[in-house]
Design a binder for this molecule. Structure first.
Ligand code: AMP
Length: 395
């Protein structure tokens, strides 16, 4: 059992809370605040209950040393304006000054610590570093779903130093929806995969090959499978090290009577920066000098027909290079259809950093049943693997 934050009496407590504030930032501006907004219910709940909160998080990959481009200052400013309260900020997560600030917090106050990954000890799960961090609070709450598959000082080692620990409302919500997908999904269950890497989704495919009613594979992933089928993929992105695995997935599917569904046509170009070739190209007719960058109209129709007859959909990975307008249509039309069927009662759960960025980009992030804040962690969980940081919280 893992204790929920709701099981503690929070009045007068100082809570050390691990959040995932790892948001994309450009020129000191947050480009996508989805993860920040997802943290608000837990923070507000604690403040309403009369607690004070010390928040810790990582941001990007500063590789164990200070780098102002990865400072959490602008994240703190955004969080303060969302919460409509001032937030205290410490520019060193384990300094004595920072610990003293935490110890002097009054009920309703929030203290944000600078990026944990300015210390390499964070990712090394260093016990002395965990020990310093633990001095900030009396109760430890992990609400960072995005890093739950990692074993770091702030979400794993730190637990050794606390008598009381548990999860926040976001992790609770993530587990509720993602576990429902794994345990008793309403059928027909469709798994829709895209993006570039087969390697990060191979376990998920293997697990759902026997569980899902249909598995649809779009995005660049499809080309690795096409290569395994012996098609010419031209200049399209193929994950060479995964071609053999793709072949064995195809064989496994055939042996178990399951059909994998691939795009029938793709939008191609000579390269990413040129305009697309006018008509979509049949996937068996890709010439050497072009690359597939989005799914074509026949594929969109085919995929949407399957999605229309589903009761549950798991979606991970965009259908094309959605970051470029010319290659965003497939992802957009599929996402819009998912938002429509979700409104009609189909359970649609999406995961993966790029999937949530795409949903944000098309302004439909609030229209699906659940969008996970974790890319790697949601894939790990749904592939049937344990999330180390959450396992550590078992009592
Ligand atoms: P992943 O992290 O594996 O989910 O990959 C996400 C990335 O895949 C996004 O940045 C997309 O631009 C990219 N992607 C999707 N389809 C294609 C494609 N056909 N060719 C190249 N990149 C793609």
């Amino acid at each position: 059992m893992i204790r929920s934050i709701k099981s503690f009496d929070l009045k007068g407590q100082t809570i050390l809370m691990r959040l995932d504030l790892n948001v994309p930032i450009e020129d000191d501006k947050i480009k996508d605040d989805f993860r920040l907004r997802a943290c608000l219910p837990t923070i507000n709940y604690c403040l309403d209950e009369g607690a004070s909160i010390v928040i810790m998080s990582h941001l990007g990959r500063p590789e164990g040393k200070y780098n102002k481009n990865y400072s959490l200052i602008s994240v703190g400013e955004s969080l303060a304006s969302m919460l409509e309260i001032p937030i205290k900020f410490s520019d060193d997560c384990i300094s004595q000054d920072a610990i003293d600030t935490s110890l002097s917090l009054k009920a309703g106050e929030v203290h944000l610590l600078e990026n944990l990954r300015f210390y390499k000890e964070e990712q090394d799960n260093n016990p002395d570093f965990s020990n310093r961090l633990s001095r900030h609070g009396k109760l430890f709450i992990n609400d960072a779903f995005g890093t739950a598959h990692r074993k770091h000082a702030s979400n794993f080692g730190v637990v050794d130093n606390f008598k009381y620990y548990g999860i926040g409302l976001l992790v609770e919500r993530e587990l509720k929806y993602l576990k429902a997908m794994m345990n008793k999904p309403k059928r027909p269950l469709v798994v829709l995969l895209g993006g570039a890497k087969v390697s990060t989704k191979i376990d998920l495919i293997k697990r759902y090959l026997h569980v899902a009613d249909s598995i649809i594979i779009g995005g660049a992933m499809a080309f690795t499978f096409f290569k395994a089928m012996g098609y010419n993929t031209g200049k399209s992105l193929v994950e060479s090290s995964m071609v053999k695995n793709a072949r064995s997935i195809i064989d496994l599917a055939r042996a178990s009577g399951k059909e994998l569904i691939f795009p029938a046509d793709v939008i191609c170009s000579k390269n990413l920066d040129s305009s697309p070739i006018e008509n979509s190209v049949d996937v068996r007719e890709i010439s050497n000098d072009i690359m597939g960058l989005d799914i074509g109209p026949k594929s969109i129709r085919l995929f949407n027909e399957i999605l229309d007859s589903s009761s549950t959909v798991i979606w991970n990975g965009p259908m094309g290079v959605f970051e470029y307008n010319a290659y965003s249509n497939g992802t957009k039309l599929i996402a819009e259809n998912l938002s429509k069927i979700s409104e009609d009662g189909v359970i649609v759960v999406a995961g993966g950093g790029d999937t949530s960025s795409a949903l944000k980009y098309f302004d439909i992030i609030d229209k699906l049943t659940h969008v996970s804040t974790g890319g790697g962690s949601s894939l790990e969980l749904m592939s049937g693997n344990n999330l180390m940081a959450l396992e550590r919280l078992e009592v």
